[in-house]
Structures are given as C-alpha cells and as structure tokens.
Design a protein around this ligand. Structure first.
Ligand SMILES: Cc1ncc(COP(=O)(O)O)c(C=O)c1O
Length: 415
C-alpha cells in the first residue's frame, strides 16, 4: 500500500463534507484550523450521510459503518460509573493531582505488568488521544517530524501539528504488516517520533514479535533530531480486542525509548467518558518525566482526566473485556465481503475491515454503497485512496444491510 495525498472530501459523493457554512464567525478561525477542516472530516462526513439516510429510510434500514463507535458498555461498567458518581471522598469535586489518583496509577502500573514500570511511569489521560498528545508534547521537540504508517488514523496529524511537528508518512505492506524498508527510508535527522498503532485502525493488523524486533533494530540504529533516539509511541487503543490466534507483543521488551498509549474507550465502551493512560518505559521513568507530563497535562488544557471515570475504573474489579461480540461481527462482515467477491486484509484486532476497492474510483464505489444505505469511509481518509474502511461495531441488522449493499454494489457495474 502506498500513501496517498490524504486530500479532503471536497467534491465527495459522500454528502455533508467538512466545509464551513457561511454565517457569523466566518473567517474567525486560524488558517491552520481552516485548512484542517477542509482537508479532513471524512468520518464525520460519513456520519452526516448516515444521519440523512436514517431520516429518509428509518434507522433500521441504514448501516452506518463510518464512526468507530464501541458497542454499549456492559451492566458492570454502567454500575461502576453510577457508584463512582455518588462516591464520597475528600475534595470529591475539587482539583486533583494532574496525573490522576495515586491508587489508580498504582493499578494501571500493575495493568502494564512489566518489571520496572511503577506508578511514576503512568499518567491517567483524557483517552488515548490525550495520552498521544501528552507524549508528543513532553518528549518530541517542536519542529520534529513524526512518522506514521499508512494506512493511519488521521487524527495523528492533528495531535502532531498542534505540538508543532510535521507528519511523515511511510507505507505498509498490502496485508498491513510493517514495511521496514519504507520505515527506514522515512527516518532522517529531523525525526522525533514514530507512531505505531497495533491493532491498527484501519488495517486490523496486529504487529508480530518478529516485526517488533525488526522495528526496534531500525529505530535503534537511528539518531533523529538533536542526535536523540526516536521515540516510539505505541497506540494500543484496541489492545483488548485482539482475535486469536493473534496475540499482543510487549513493545517494552524490544525498544527502550517507548511510550504506551491506551484507553478504555473501545473495550469498555466508554469513549465519551474520556479515560485512558500512558505508560513510560522504565528507562524514561523519573521525576523529571513525571513533572514534565504533569506540566503537559496542564499545558494542553486537560489538567486531569475526568474524576468520575477514574473512580469508575477503581470500582471495577477487572478491566478485562469480552471481545466475542466484536469477533462475531468481524466474521459476519468478512464473510459478506468475501461473498461480494472483494478483497480485505485479515482483521486481527480492532473494529474495522480494510477492503480494497473493486473499482478504480473508490469514491464512486463508496457512493454506490451509500446509495444502498451502507456508509463506509473512503481510504483517502487514512492516506491510502484505493481502499475503504468498514466499521463492524454496529447492531447485527446493520451488518445484513451492509452485506446486501456490498453484493449489489460490487455487481452493479465494473468500476
Ligand atoms: C487508532 C486510534 N487511536 C486513538 C483513538 C482515540 O481514542 P480515545 O477515544 O481513547 O481518545 C482512536 C479512536 O478512534 C483510534 O482509533
């Protein structure tokens, strides 16, 4: 897969693109914000299209496969939030330590389960987005390049640019595995960090031990901006949604200059509660890093992760997630895609199926799907325009709508 230009949805057959409508306040935002609004918004555009289709045809007739929305939270999680909301403790509604309640940091360090990782290694964050942003802000000098691997989660661009970094995109192999040569070629003396997302949104690839070893060798042999080691930021937002026989690999065992960025958004189904954490490799752990992260939590304006969500995590005896409902949906949609004669990468983890467009014009194909009431996200949103992404984290009837739309669209005409 080669990285595309990532250009935005202007002229997209998906309606309701991210453009700004005329009205009060027009021209008030900065040039950077305007540029990003115009360049991005594909997932949002898909959600807007789905909303219009729902109004026209009814909710049950539409498959909104655009947004990476988790399934509903379990009863145990809901009850934990209820108890947390009514918890009584000193300064329950006051300011708290920037990096989170100490007892939660202890438990999160145990969750990482690597020798040398302590509460001091851990910061409770505003989701994985907050964790990645804090890692970039704390450890990567402004003006550095941040390497991402296409197909990539497009928010990485926003997190990086806000911190004064530039994105450099390296491609991946067709099956989503790492292309170490492409990664090596992307490194230069301005490199500050590389973001690795495993399981990957959108490709579903889970990095293997061998790949991680290879990546560590490539990164270890390089010195980036200021002669410093490249920071490896591992986005593990889907780590509890890995489907056997695939298994998680421990990045800390391979490369020291690593930060793990995690959240409970997807596996516990609490994306709106904005709770996650970051964990530093023991070699990065120390008083200065801790003070630096606390400063960045404030500098980015988060101050601390939401108190109720922190208390809810403490209320839960386990954070284990049941991946079965996701795996079943993955199987259903993978079968539907195969039945439609389409090629998809194996989804080894996460919520998405990454499908090669059967037509040269991917936008035309995704529009053909939308006409059949199935809304997906074109691959240009992830830097690879000849694919599209299906989010299968939806109610089962929607998967049936999607299955029919895929077959009909794929056989409607040749692209
Ligand atoms: C790859 C990836 N990283 C980070 C995030 C952000 O996660 P959070 O909601 O925990 O901030 C998402 C959300 O969709 C994601 O897909």
């Amino acid at each position: 897969m080669s990285p595309g230009d990532g250009s935005g949805p202007g002229g997209s057959p998906v309606e309701g693109h991210g453009g700004v409508s005329a009205g009060r306040g027009e021209g008030a935002v900065t040039a950077w914000v305007r540029g990003e609004i115009e360049a991005g918004g594909w997932v949002r555009a898909g959600a807007a299209t789905a909303q219009r289709l729902r109004e026209r045809y009814g909710a049950d007739a539409v498959a909104d496969l655009s947004l990476g929305q988790p399934l509903e939270a379990s009863e145990a999680v809901r009850q934990a939030f209820e108890r947390a909301a009514s918890a009584v403790r000193p300064r329950r509604f006051g300011y708290m330590p920037n990096l989170g309640y100490p007892e939660l940091r202890e438990r999160l360090a145990e969750d990482v389960d690597v020798a040398g990782v302590t509460a001091q290694s851990v910061a409770v964050t505003v989701g994985a987005a907050g964790a990645i942003s804090m890692a970039l802000r704390a450890f990567v000098e402004a003006g550095s390049e941040v390497v991402v691997l296409a197909p990539y989660f497009s928010e990485f661009r926003l997190y990086s640019e806000v911190c004064g970094h530039r994105l450099r995109v390296a491609g991946s192999a067709e099956d989503g595995s790492l292309d170490l040569e492409a990664i090596a070629a992307a490194l230069n003396d301005a490199t500050g960090a590389l973001i690795l997302n495993t399981p990957c949104n959108p490709s579903g690839h889970v990095v293997t031990e061998e790949e991680m070893r290879g990546l560590a060798l490539v990164l270890g042999a390089h010195r980036g901006r200021g002669g410093r080691p490249v920071l490896l930021i591992v986005d593990e937002v889907y780590r509890r949604l890995i489907y056997p026989p695939h298994r998680r690999v421990e990045p800390f065992r391979h490369y020291q200059h690593t930060v793990l960025c995690r959240s409970f958004s997807k596996d516990l189904g609490v994306a709106g509660e904005r709770i996650g954490y970051l964990a530093l490799h023991p070699s990065l752990t120390g008083a200065e890093s801790e003070a630096g992260l606390a400063l960045c939590q404030r500098a980015l304006g988060y101050v601390n992760a939401p108190a109720t969500a922190q208390l809810a995590l403490l209320e839960l005896p386990t954070w284990d997630a049941d991946a079965t409902p996701y795996r079943e949906r993955r199987d259903t949609i993978a079968d539907a895609v195969a039945a439609a004669g389409l090629q998809a990468a194996e989804c080894q983890g996460g919520l998405y199926l990454w499908v090669r467009s059967p037509w040269e014009d991917t936008m035309a194909f995704t529009a053909a799907l939308a006409e059949r009431r199935a809304v997906v996200v074109p691959g240009v949103a992830f830097g690879v325009p000849d694919h599209f992404r299906i989010c299968f984290s939806v109610e089962r009837p929607a998967l049936q709508v999607a299955a029919q739309a895929l077959v009909e669209a794929a056989t409607s005409r040749s692209g």
